[in-house]
Design a protein around this ligand. Structure first.
Ligand code: KIV
Length: 263
């Protein structure tokens, strides 16, 4: 049985943490699924971590769909959530509904995520939900607004900003979001929001009291280092050393050996 939005709600009610990781290809997503993550997010972070872009703004619907299809092929049990890339939902409700629909119909996603408060995107969220597609919200540090925010900074510091975040979270819940990502905000603010909502909060750089956590897979595998990530395995070093060993062995004639040759 696949994880659904109802599972998310039940997890929160039972106080069981929700686990989400980002993936951008089939074999990685399959490993996450086997490991028991609740959801795999095809994040627009792919722009940074797999495409070498400076930010997420250059990720297009076509790129997103390409990767959602790959991840779909690897995920059997976890919920597959696709990020709505920059300009796929900001221009009009009609555009947003069509693009969310493509991620589901062509890509095989079961839900979409979009950044920003309901006072800006409430009508977009309603339109997508009316189509039958669950929407995950995203507040705090919203990378698609990096130029407006003025960099990748902690959000929600100070009473006024914290109050605004609490209100925005309530409004996203009222708009119908099934969960909200809280990115890079003080742990106490995230804890208050998590307590006040009936829907689960998913934290990234938002402390331990969110109802679940999400990490960018490349960050937890040794590629990125921020205050809030942890290197669970240094796959980067393992891969670098495998590539180095291959180069050495081809050059010194150790590879291919007898066992890699046909009689
Ligand atoms: O794009 C992404 O990977 C995300 C996560 C950081 C939540 O939005």
């Amino acid at each position: 049985m696949s994880i659904t939005t109802a599972t998310f709600r039940e997890r929160k009610e039972r106080g069981e943490k929700i686990t989400i990781l980002t993936a951008y290809d089939c074999p990685t997503a399959a490993l996450m699924d086997e490991a028991g993550v609740d959801a795999v997010l095809v994040g627009d972070s792919m722009g940074n971590v797999v495409m070498g872009m400076e930010n997420t703004l250059g990720v297009t619907m076509d790129m997103m769909l390409h990767h959602v299809k790959m991840v779909r092929a690897g995920v059997k049990h976890a919920m597959l959530i696709a990020d709505m890339p920059f300009l796929s939902y900001q221009v009009s409700v009609e555009d947003a509904v069509r693009n969310a629909g493509r991620l589901v119909a062509e890509g095989g996603a079961q839900a979409v995520k979009l950044e920003g408060p309901a006072r800006m995107f409430g009508n977009v969220i309603h339109g997508i939900i009316r189509t039958g597609i669950p929407v995950m919200g995203h507040l705090g540090l919203t990378p698609q607004s990096v130029h407006q925010i003025g960099g990748y900074k902690v959000q929600g510091r100070g009473e006024e900003q914290a109050r605004r975040l609490r209100t925005e979270a309530m409004e996203l819940q009222a708009a119908g979001c099934f969960a909200i990502v809280l990115e890079c905000i003080p742990a106490e603010v995230a804890a208050e929001i998590s307590q006040s909502l009936a829907i689960p909060t998913i934290g990234i750089g938002a402390g331990p009291d969110c109802d679940g956590q999400v990490l960018v897979s490349h960050d937890m595998l040794g590629w990125g280092k921020t205050r809030f990530t942890k290197t669970f395995a240094d796959a980067r070093t393992v891969m670098r050393s495998a590539f180095g060993a291959y180069v050495r062995e081809v050059k010194d004639g150790t590879f291919p050996g007898k066992e890699q040759c046909y009689e």
